[in-house]
Design a protein around this ligand. Sequence first.
Ligand SMILES: [Zn+2]
Length: 56
Amino acid sequence: MTLMVVCTNPNCKKEFPSMIQMDQVSFQTATLTNNSQPCPYCKKMITYSKNNMKFE
Ligand SMILES: [Zn+2]
């Protein structure tokens, strides 16, 4: 399983692997807010939190 981010750019919305990698148990208890990472598709620096993330 890979922790994925959904791009917050409404014109993009693509999924890419987060720079944060953890197991699902840790993810459920972790506080993940205001993480910044450039989207590899639209090249925008996006700020994402837990509700923009999912395991795939
Ligand atoms: Zn994007």
